[in-house]
Design a protein around this ligand. Structure first.
Ligand code: BG6
Length: 494
């Protein structure tokens, strides 16, 4: 199957934080892959901006090294690399001061020639306001200017509101692209395709037929050199408030009238606003323990507390909770969400657990059976629907559940096997001016309004996360959260 590449309009892109980790691991590799795919048709100009006093040649060397390291199995072709680097330049710039801004202005092409200008704020939120002010005072913005901002978008409702106000004083909401990279994942977008492109599921997608929904985002990695940030965030701020919240919205929202930015985001916002406050006994926090080296390759690593160098840390590296959405569609159907680091496998999965058939015509010995739709977001992207059939053979009517299993990689061939990285899709959407897969300001604020009381409750109670073994499925209390309701987590499988 041949992928359809629609070239985008010419643009100039400035990456503030151009030497940083995100630029090197995600932004530049994503641009390089789009370049190789032929989606950057002409003279796109990619300008790294950072404090370091580097020459353009130094920066190109940094970019080349980063691409070789981070472009994954698809690798880097030398000719493609040379042609990509010819688009790249560098400006040494002080985001808080005056140095470098004239040079940046000189590198951008006139708006009349290339109207689309993107400024990627790949920097801490403290720099958002100074950068926005300087962009304006140096006359670098125009009506087609777009800014891209990364998470964390605030650390609570108050800081998120302040950031929104700051950005709004310089840019229209239509120019602000708040990234949640989960929305750029191919299979996350597939959630909408599966729900709203098929007649099959939507009539059953409500509390009358769905017993409960489980959303799991399990990681095997730890906090990967981000000790300071993570110790101040924890799993609730780092993952639950944004990535899992977005998955919850997509799985629970009403069908938007159109696949357009405000129609989709209005529906997501309604879900967040319909979330009930979470009861303290419906949340479990955990913190991973050290792991000894084991036969079979498991690597040793220190405990969370040793990693951050705080023996009394109360930051959670795992959180599981039960949420309720108070609306007509979902009243009475719980949503169980969990995410954690250093778990048994890397696996992001949504399990939609349907109710038992109301009556078994086959008698009690046939057992109770319920359908189950498993949506695998990563890895091994695909969908499995469990269906009840007769167990083959003699001896009466015994029922068993069998999977109707679809792997996107197998179904779509080569293209399905290598889904584009989320950043490829999202950056091209910014160039196209499509905000559908970006968070609107009110959406982010609503997510914090739901999250804040949970965190405030932990702080007020001095809550200490439960220890859990690295390489496990998380703390035992998370299993109890389910068992109390007569349910069980589905396994965490790669
Ligand atoms: C980031 C979090 O937003 O998402 C990280 O800050 C986390 O802690 C990462 O590891 C997970 O992303 P992915 O794409 O690897 O699932």
């Amino acid at each position: 199957m041949v992928s359809r590449i629609i070239p985008v309009a010419p643009f100039d892109l400035v990456i503030f934080g151009g030497t940083g980790d995100l630029a090197q691991r995600k932004i530049l590799p994503a641009l390089f892959r789009r370049h190789c795919a032929g989606q950057l048709p002409g003279s796109e100009w990619i300008i790294g901006a950072a404090r370091a006093g580097l020459s353009c040649a130094d920066y190109r060397n940094i970019v080349a090294t980063a691409l070789r390291e981070h472009c994954g199995p698809r690798g880097v072709d030398d000719a493609e690399l040379t042609s990509f680097l010819s688009r790249v330049s560098y400006v040494a710039l002080d985001g808080m001061g005056t140095q470098g801004w004239e040079e940046l202005a000189a590198q951008l092409r006139p708006s009349a020639e290339v109207p689309v200008r993107l400024f990627y704020f790949s920097v801490g939120p403290a720099l958002f306001a100074p950068l926005a002010e300087r962009l304006h005072s140096h006359g670098l913005t125009n009506g087609d200017t777009r800014i891209v901002v990364e998470k964390p978008f605030g650390r609570d409702l108050q800081t998120a509101k302040a950031l929104n106000r700051t950005l709004a004083s310089h840019f229209d909401e239509g120019q602000i692209y708040r990234i949640d990279h989960y929305l750029g994942k191919e299979t996350v977008q597939n959630l909408m395709a599966v729900r709203f492109g098929n007649m099959l599921f939507e009539p059953l997608w409500n509390s009358q037929y769905v017993d409960h929904i489980q959303i799991t985002v399990a990681e095997t990695v730890g906090i990967e050199g981000r000790e300071d940030y993570y110790e101040r965030s924890g799993a609730m701020r780092d993952m639950m408030q944004n990535h899992l919240m977005q998955l919850l919205c997509l799985i629970a929202m009403e069908p938007p009238a159109k696949f357009d930015p405000d129609a989709v985001r209005d529906e997501k916002l309604k879900v967040i606003r319909a979330l009930d406050p979470v009861e303290p006994h419906h949340i479990v926090r955990g913190q991973y323990q050290a792991r000894q080296a084991a036969e079979g390759g498991a690597q040793a690593h220190p405990s969370y507390r040793d990693t951050v160098g705080n023996p009394r840390s109360r930051t959670e590296s795992y959180v599981a909770l039960k949420a309720h959405i108070s609306n007509w569609r979902w009243a009475g159907t719980p949503f169980y969400l969990r995410t954690g680091k250093r778990l048994v496998a890397r696996s992001s999965v949504i399990n939609v657990m349907f109710k038992d058939a109301p009556h078994s015509i086959f008698g009690a010995e046939a057992g109770r059976h319920a359908n189950h739709l498993k949506i695998r977001l990563q890895p091994n992207e695909g969908i499995t629907l469990s269906v009840t059939i007769k167990e083959p053979g003699q001896g009466g009517m015994r029922l068993i559940d069998v999977p109707l299993d679809m792997s996107f990689a197998e179904a779509l061939g080569e293209e399905g096997g290598t889904p584009p990285d989320a950043y490829e899709r999202l950056i091209m959407d910014v160039v196209r001016g499509d905000q559908t897969l970006f968070m609107r300001g009110d959406e982010v604020e609503a997510a914090w309004a739901w999250t804040d009381p949970i965190i405030a409750g932990w702080e007020a109670r001095g809550d200490v996360p439960k220890p859990y073994d690295s390489g496990s499925t998380g703390p035992g209390d998370a299993d109890l959260l389910m068992r109390r309701d007569g349910r069980e987590w589905r396994g965490i499988n790669p």
